[in-house]
Structure formats: structure tokens, C-alpha cells
Design a protein around this ligand. Structure first.
Ligand SMILES: Nc1ncnc2c1ncn2[C@@H]1O[C@H](COP(=O)(O)OP(=O)(O)OP(=O)(O)O)[C@@H](O)[C@H]1O
Length: 302
């Protein structure tokens, strides 16, 4: 079982000719509403990759809550521990210009109320994995992580959005997933001089005892685990957009670990999922399923 403790949002996406400057208004022709949030996206990614997934978080009592939950429910993510609170459902306001560059404002809303308390009564054990990101309060992430460690399970933090992790939370981690920018923020927050993803991941593994995976976009991924380095190139794909690539990587990586794959097998599956997510538009619609992931892994592109 994978427990995701994290955010649920609704994304409002507006195409614009160009992004607004400070104090400026630009007018787009329309907008689209999509379910999103890193917690929700990674829960869906792990579910589509074949795992049993339970999402713990919070939405409001507004109409956006149903949009945030719709796809997760349809795909069989267990939502019993998603609380309905007196706050607006989290929302991301996204403007995308003609070149695909974007500007995003996130209103955390109900995500601020997300509580780790439900984990106390969940039947957690050794085979379970807790997956965390940085869009719900860190103090609650720490409680959730301590609960999972007490139950004997593993804790994975996706260090997104970038920020310095709480040292107490680091002590609970088995694995950390970051993109290049997030890895650099981690190194700086720890006072490390390393700047290269490979060096940061090696030091994280060697010094903190936390297996570290740095995703490298089109370059693939590098990971260090137990003093062993793994470097995998991404498959050549036709990129439509890279939205949710990182979430697909992390969810599928966790699902593979939960299914019993070792570090290398999980990296392969995360990489395949991240790359497949780039071949279709949007966030949750582009998150790939197990059969597509296994087919790509089976092509031995690695
Ligand atoms: N251009 C690309 N070609 C092939 N694979 C890609 C490409 N971009 C991303 N990926 C895949 O997605 C994974 C995660 O990408 P990336 O390192 O950009 O994470 P990210 O910055 O968290 O992504 P995002 O914020 O866009 O969701 C990569 O390890 C790779 O498997």
C-alpha cells in the first residue's frame, strides 16, 4: 500500500498571447479546469502504475472539491481520508503563453488544513510506503513520516516545490526525489558546495543515508542508493508537454518499489513513466498506465 499525504488542487489554465507584467491585465480567450496538485497527481500516477493507493489530504466543501476528486475516485484511489474542511479547495491559476512558458499562482486553500492524524489509525506495516511532497504543512508531513517509520514502512520525499527540508523530516527519510533545481536547493540548505546532481545525490546517500534520485529532464535520471550509482538515459520520445513528468516519475517509482522491485527496477519504471507523461498533453490525463510503462521498459531502451 502506498499512502500519499499531500495536496489536491484544481488547475485553472488560461492561454494568453504573452504573460502579464506587474500590475498588467492580459485577456485570454477561455480557460480550462483540471484536477491537479502534486499529492493528487502522484497518487494517480502510483495507482495507474498498479499500486493500491490511499490519499490523505484536504479539500473544501465547494464545487471545486468534486473536480479535484473526480478522476482519483474513478481510478480507484482510496479517498476515505481526504477531509472536507471549511476552506476553499486549493487552486492553481496558470497562464500559458504562445511559446508554452507559464506563470503560476497557487492558492493553497484547504491544503493548509491537511492533517496527518488519520495515519495514526491506518493499519500500516513494513511493506508500506509513505509518499510526501512540499504542498501541505511540513509539520504534518513530519508527523506522517514518524508514524510510517514507527510502523516499519518506508518514507519517500519528493522535494517539490523546491525548498529547504526540515532536518527532522530528513531524519525520517529513506529516499528523496528531486529535479536538478530542487537538488541544488537541498545542497545549499545543507551548506554543501556540490552543484552537480550526481555529486549531490552521492553525498545525500553517503552522508545522510538517504537514497537520492535526481531527475534530469530529457537527460534521464541519476540515483545513488547504498553507495551504488545508477545513471539511466531517457528514451527518445516525441515531447508534447512535460507537465506532470516529475509527478509521473515519482508515483511510478514508488509503485514499483511497493511491488517489490529493487532500486534499479524502480528507477527504470519511474523514468519510463516520466517520459511517457511528456508524450501527451495536460497533467492527470497524461499520467501513464502500467501496461504502457512495462512496454517501454520491455523495449530495453536502458
Ligand atoms: N524532454 C524529455 N524527454 C524524455 N523524457 C523526459 C523529458 N522531460 C522529462 N522527461 C522524463 O520525466 C522525468 C522527470 O522530468 P524532470 O527532471 O523535468 O522533472 P520535473 O522538473 O519535476 O518535471 P515537471 O516539473 O515538468 O513535472 C525525467 O526523469 C524523464 O524520465
Amino acid at each position: 500500500m502506498i499512502v500519499v499525504f499531500g495536496s489536491l488542487n484544481v488547475d485553472l489554465v488560461t492561454p494568453v498571447e504573452r504573460l502579464p507584467g506587474a500590475g498588467e491585465t492580459v485577456i485570454g480567450p477561455s480557460y480550462a479546469l483540471h484536477p491537479g496538485g502534486k499529492g493528487a497527481n502522484q497518487a494517480l500516477a502510483a495507482r495507474r502504475a498498479g499500486a493500491e493507493v490511499r490519499l490523505v489530504g484536504a479539500v473544501g466543501t465547494d464545487a471545486f472539491a468534486d473536480i479535484a476528486l473526480s478522476l482519483l475516485a474513478a481510478e480507484g484511489v482510496d479517498l476515505a481520508e481526504v477531509a472536507r474542511v471549511e476552506a476553499p479547495t486549493g487552486a492553481a491559476f496558470i497562464a500559458v503563453d504562445a511559446d508554452g512558458a507559464n506563470q503560476i499562482v497557487v492558492a493553497a486553500g484547504a491544503n493548509v488544513e491537511a492533517s496527518a492524524t488519520p495515519l495514526a489509525s491506518l493499519p500500516l506495516g513494513e511493506g508500506d510506503i509513505l509518499l510526501l511532497q512540499r504542498e501541505v504543512p511540513e509539520a504534518e508531513c513530519l508527523k506522517a513520516a514518524r508514524r510510517m517509520k514507527q510502523a516499519g514502512g518506508r518514507v519517500i520525499l519528493n522535494l517539490a516545490p523546491a525548498g529547504p527540508p526540515d532536518p527532522a523530516l530528513l531524519e525520517c527519510l529513506d529516499m528523496l526525489v528531486a529535479n536538478e533545481h530542487e537538488a541544488l536547493v537541498l545542497a545549499q540548505s545543507l551548506g554543501w558546495g556540490e552543484r552537480e546532481p550526481d555529486d549531490i545525490a552521492r553525498r545525500c546517500d553517503g552522508e545522510l543515508g538517504i537514497a537520492c534520485i535526481v531527475t534530469l529532464g530529457a537527460e534521464g535520471v541519476v540515483g545513488w542508493h547504498g553507495g551504488v550509482r545508477r545513471r539511466l538515459a531517457a528514451p527518445a520520445i516525441n515531447v508534447v508537454d512535460t507537465v506532470a513528468a516529475g509527478d509521473s516519475f515519482t508515483g511510478a517509482f514508488a509503485a514499483a518499489l511497493a511491488a517489490g522491485y529493487g532500486f534499479s527496477g524502480a528507477l527504470q519504471r519511474g523514468l519510463a513513466a516520466g517520459s511517457l507523461a511528456c508524450t501527451a498533453a495536460g497533467a492527470q490525463p497524461s499520467i501513464p498506465r502500467k501496461d504502457a510503462i512495462e512496454a517501454l521498459v520491455g523495449q530495453s531502451f536502458l
